[in-house]
Design a protein around this ligand. Structure first.
Ligand code: ADP
Length: 192
């Protein structure tokens, strides 16, 4: 199974990605996590990405596209995968299809977790105050979260139409419990 999960900051992508990957036995490939590790390691990718990630801006497309190309070459990606945080722009969505074409592969579904921006904001601000894993993210300050939500709407929402036109979009309401969301995704994956 080859999947991408789409949703704004705080939409619950990580929670659903973790569950789906363990159920389907596919690797969870999160660009956000990979960029944060690269920044922590201060390797060339990290040094390049850091100024963008810190401000909640998008890392330039060529950097991410190149990185995903090499990630897909790794042996664990041959049995399928779930991308979390990629694609994030229409350009990345097209490039992903070109790349998969080259590899003789195709995306099965793009799962969109639909959550109102007000809910995204309150979830992230809520988790900053808790002791969850993600509570120490430096880009969780309110003005930066606002920018991330704005960029989601400007740059990522247009991808929905791209997948809709290709009959690959599964839209799920993200304003339910994690359990209900998971059930809805699994039902839709089996039914279509
Ligand atoms: P979010 O909670 O906003 O969905 P992520 O963990 O997916 O956060 O990403 C964190 C940051 O990493 C983004 O704000 C952006 O700077 C960078 N990033 C992640 N994926 C991409 C991508 N596909 N293209 C450009 N930048 C990205």
């Amino acid at each position: 199974m080859r999947l991408v999960i789409l949703g704004g900051p705080g939409a619950g992508k990580g929670t659903q990605a973790a569950r789906l990957c363990s159920l389907l036995n596919i690797p969870w490939i999160s660009t956000g996590d990979m960029l944060r590790s690269a920044i922590a390691a201060q390797n060339p990718l990290g040094i390049q990405a850091q100024p963008y990630v810190e401000k909640g801006e998008l890392v330039p497309d060529p950097t991410l596209i190149e990185f995903m190309r090499s990630r897909l070459d790794q042996p664990d990606a041959s049995k399928g995968w779930l991308f979390d945080g990629y694609p994030r722009t229409a350009f990345q969505a097209e490039e992903l299809d070109f790349l998969l074409d080259d590899l003789g592969q195709a995306l099965d579904w793009a799962i969109y977790l639909d959550v109102p921006p007000t809910v995204m904001m309150s979830r992230i601000l809520g988790r900053t105050g808790s002791d969850s894993d993600e509570s120490c993210r430096l880009d969780d300050q309110p003005d930066i979260v606002e920018r991330r939500i704005e960029l989601f709407q400007e740059r990522t929402i247009p991808i929905l139409e791209y997948y809709e036109q290709r009959s690959r979009l599964l839209k799920v309401s993200g304003d339910q419990t994690p359990e209900q969301i998971q059930q809805e995704i699994l039902q839709k994956l089996n039914q279509v």
